[in-house]
Design a protein around this ligand. Structure first.
Ligand SMILES: Cc1ncc(COP(=O)(O)O)c(C=O)c1O
Length: 375
């Protein structure tokens, strides 16, 4: 059996192993000193004043909506992981699914505007697979309609729109799941600019208590713990924050390697009957995924052929969220979002991770060429 080329693989080196080992030796395993270090570097990287480490991006998204008190309609894409819509429901609101631009798979001001109703309270945009949405028009639309805006940047850490980091235009939510640009195993980050918002978000992820254990230990009366609201425990543990900090220091290099692999893919696939990913003018891409589009009739056979060659190709996202049982139960159905549904039938996600070799890319290209030529 030839070696597997997985869909993704985290880049964990000796630095990360050492960072975690040091925290284990310190004995401080709950949220702690490394949360502050990770948050400080993250905020600097994104170019915002506040970053709050959490146990997942899903938690960050839910906290964003809850802090803003969103209970009405929230416009979200269906071309995303189900978490983007789930959090609307778990926060007490109603998701309204909008279309994406098939070229970038991102929502636009126009696709959002088409879904506005008098009940719309918020918008969650998703920066799909490593490429930011066209944020200036979206920010303008949301400001003009007084809508709360969240950027689901789970798949896009380090990419820019008009020179500004994804996640810095509104409240940003990031994921550190192992398929993402950096990983902590499970983990997430919320970024924001507003001081009051960050204070409430910190309370909400920490039982509704306004100071963390770490800070309390250094005060005069460390036994005082007054909850000001009914909160969650969504905190990131110290060892994972140390892992995250170590990974974040390598972000620029990891993303540069992803870009190099994307260039190799483009060179290797250019003559095949498929559509390569498009980068919008004004955007940079960090290729959390490398997604191609093929004819609908050949998509599933091509996936089977790639997998038979031990290549972990997949699809993001099929079915799109509005066609999943949790949402068809609300009345959503086939035909509601033709662009999204078409993409879901044509997309293939190819393996992409910083340690992918030139030979791996070549093997994927050869397998795909065979799969598409035998049709
Ligand atoms: C667009 C998007 N939103 C949210 C999430 C959820 O992230 P997490 O697994 O950190 O909760 C993911 C991750 O799969 C995602 O891709």
């Amino acid at each position: 059996m030839i070696d597997e080329i997985p869909l993704c693989r985290p880049s964990i080196g000796e630095d990360e192993i050492q960072a975690i080992a040091d925290v284990f030796r310190s004995g401080w395993l709950a949220h702690g000193e490394y949360n502050h270090k990770f948050e400080a570097l993250f905020a600097k990287t994104i170019g915002v004043p506040h970053a709050i480490a959490m146990n997942s991006c899903t938690s960050a998204l839910e906290v964003a909506l809850k802090v803003a008190g969103i209970k009405g309609e929230v416009i979200v894409p269906s071309m995303t992981w189900v978490a983007t819509a789930n959090v609307v429901k778990t926060a007490g609101g109603t998701p309204v699914f909008c279309e994406v631009d098939p070229a970038t798979r991102n929502v636009t001001a126009a696709t959002i505007a088409a879904c506005l109703t008098p009940r719309t309270e918020a918008v969650i945009v998703v920066h799909f697979g490593g490429q930011p949405c066209a944020m200036d028009d979206i920010v303008m639309l949301c400001n003009s309609k007084n809508l709360f805006l969240v950027e689901d940047s789970a798949e896009t850490l380090g990419a820019t729109w008009q020179g500004r980091q994804a996640g810095s235009f509104a409240v940003g939510c990031f994921s550190f799941f192992p398929t993402k640009n950096i990983t902590t195993g499970e983990g997430g980050m919320l970024t924001c600019t507003d001081e009051a918002f960050q204070r409430k978000a910190r309370m909400m992820i920490s039982h509704g208590v306004s100071s963390t254990t770490f800070a309390r230990e250094r005060k005069e009366r460390p036994w005082i713990r007054a909850a000001e609201m009914a909160g969650h425990n969504f905190r990131m543990p110290n060892p994972l924050a140390a892992l995250g900090l170590s990974q974040l220091k390598k972000l620029a290099d990891l993303n540069a390697r992803r870009n190099k692999i994307a260039d190799r893919y483009r060179a290797s696939l250019v003559s095949l009957p498929l559509k390569l990913p498009e980068i919008a003018a004004g955007a940079t891409h960090v290729y959390q995924m490398f997604t191609i589009e093929v004819d609908e009739a050949v998509r599933n056979p091509a996936l089977h052929a790639l997998r038979a060659d031990n290549i972990g190709a997949s699809v993001h996202f099929d079915p799109p969220v509005h066609l999943q049982p949790a949402y068809t139960a609300d009345g959503w159905g086939e035909g509601d979002l033709p662009e999204t549904e078409g993409l879901a039938r044509r997309l293939i996600t190819l393996p992409m991770y910083p340690d992918m070799s030139e030979g791996d890319v070549e093997r994927v290209g050869t397998s795909l060429a065979r799969a598409l030529s035998t049709r």
